[in-house]
Design a protein around this ligand. Structure first.
Ligand code: COD
Ligand code: ATP
Length: 439
């Protein structure tokens, strides 16, 4: 069996959003991200949107290696060895060679953070990322052999409008805001690039958001059809269209059944394999409702060939997980029984009044009570409760510190590095009273 080294997938689809200071990039991106989140098109399952702001990654707090290099490069902006951002800002925006030196220090660090953030996003469900960066074009993130984005939105507004916005937002005198606006060159914002989507934001923000949304939907509609996202939350398993593209082999130990060896170039299973939902070595449990785990390999193949499309496949481990979920909780409480949920953050009590019942998905209840499950970038880049991003990790304890309920095999594989009471809140079904510590 030969496995492909990489399979082309349009997701995550990264739309670069650039524009000069005060053009409204951040305002536009945050509205656009919320309005497109969950969008479902005939060719695509519901999208998860994320808004990544490059300037949030371009931080250099005291103690960081970047802080030290910037202090060395700009000693006049670091009286007493601590960087004064406003001095650096005045210098960088007034003196182009200084800004270039600063960029040369900061951009490589941001580039690697962006690459790693984007490559960590799962292929399924499909993610649409709005990558907002004023220097997107000069930093090379829209070009080269491995550009970070596949489409570009350039937000514009006339300089006087932008200067007035910056003066008001930053509480700056108008002449100072005008200088910052004048320090940037239109040529840096990609308006002359083939395919760039120009979004005028000089008047009404909702109108600009609607224009950007229409353009992005046009890009999404032009993509080849993608398989449905994986249905979750039971023993049913995964629903897949034929061709599956799943490569199967006999078990190593000569036992019955069939196990996953990999995926072919194309097929509905390919993105799920790439995202880790389907893994090499997993045994097939049921195919279209038929238990194939005890059959000979050729018989399993016959069941697969004879099944219609789409067909349901449950893997042996997923099935065990399902049995636990469908049955009674460990404490034997029936579904729907109200239970108590005590939440702490780093050990300190949080009085959020979380309520839950047996069978509830823990993350849902925590989010409803506005518990701070996601922190930092995860607020924007989390996978939306699909068990992919691992950013909703929580620690479940009983008062004596013992593990409350067992992890599923899926979580065990995803959280192999963590103690067994660390759980993914999105994959945890409440089984009884629960104490949750948020990291
Ligand atoms: C120049 C610095 C010190 C100014 O800091 P300050 O807090 O005053 O402003 P802020 O960071 O909010 O930036 C204001 C506006 O200028 C834009 N901007 C910042 N740096 C650049 C740049 N190198 N090229 C073009 N536009 C830039 C920002 O995106 C924003 O639109 C700071 O922006 C910086 O370190 N820039 C270099 C790194 C960088 O490119 N950061 C932006 C995204 S990675
Ligand atoms: N269409 C609009 N009408 C009125 N005010 C707007 C509009 N768009 C944005 N603003 C306001 O202008 C200011 C600048 O907007 P925003 O921060 O989104 O711009 P930006 O391009 O991200 O700026 P920067 O590059 O400085 O980070 C904000 O105070 C925002 O509320």
């Amino acid at each position: 069996l030969s496995l492909p080294t990489s399979v082309a997938s349009p997701f995550p689809l990264v739309v670069g959003v650039t524009g000069p200071i005060g053009s409204g990039k951040s305002s536009l991106c945050s509205s656009l991200a919320s309005s497109l989140n969950g969008t479902s098109l005939p060719n695509l399952p519901p999208l998860v949107t994320a808004h990544i702001e490059a300037d949030k990654l371009a931080s250099y707090p005291p103690g960081s290696p970047l802080h030290a290099s910037i202090c060395d490069a700009f000693p006049s902006c670091a009286p007493g060895g601590v960087l004064d951002r406003s001095l650096l800002s005045d210098l960088a925006f007034a003196d182009p060679p200084s800004l270039s030196r600063l960029n040369a220090l900061v951009w490589p660090a941001v580039t690697s953070q962006l690459r790693s953030l984007l490559s960590d996003l799962p292929r399924s469900p499909p993610h649409l990322v709005l990558l907002e960066a004023a220097p997107l074009v000069p930093a090379g993130w829209a070009d080269g052999p491995t550009p970070l984005c596949s489409s570009l939105i350039s937000v514009t507004a006339p300089p006087p409008v932008r200067a007035a916005r910056v003066a008001s937002r930053n509480s700056l005198p108008l002449p100072a805001a005008e200088l910052r606006v004048a320090a940037q060159s239109d040529a840096d914002f990609g308006l002359d690039r083939a395919g760039a989507i120009r979004v005028e934001n000089s008047a009404d923000l909702p109108a600009a958001v609607a224009a950007a949304s229409a353009a992005v939907l046009g890009v999404l509609q032009s993509l080849p059809a993608q398989p449905p996202a994986i249905p979750r939350g039971g023993a049913a398993g995964i629903s897949l269209e034929k061709p599956l593209g799943l490569l199967l082999e006999e078990r190593d130990d000569g036992g019955p059944g069939a196990v996953v060896a990999g995926v072919a170039e194309e097929g509905s299973a390919v993105p799920l394999f790439e995202s880790g939902e389907i893994r090499a070595g997993q045994a097939l449990g049921t195919v279209a409702g038929v238990d194939v785990s005890g059959m000979g390999f050729d018989d399993v193949m016959d069941v697969l060939i004879g099944a219609g499309s789409p067909l349901e496949i449950a893997f042996a481990d997923a099935e065990e997980e399902g049995e636990t979920e469908e049955g009674e909780g460990e404490e034997g409480l029936p579904q729907g029984t109200p239970v108590s949920v005590t939440v702490t953050k780093g050990g300190a009590p949080l009085d959020l009044g979380v309520t839950a019942a047996v069978g509830d998905v823990l993350l849902k209840r925590l989010k409803e009570a506005k518990a701070p499950v996601y922190t930092g970038m995860a607020k924007m880049t989390n996978c939306g409760g699909m068990g992919q991003c691992l950013t909703c990790k929580v620690v479940l304890t009983e008062p004596d510190g013992q593990t409350l309920y067992e992890r599923s095999e899926y979580e065990d594989a995803k959280l192999a590095k963590f103690p067994s009471n660390v759980r993914l809140a999105c994959m945890t079904l409440v089984e009884g009273n629960v104490r949750v510590d948020l990291p």
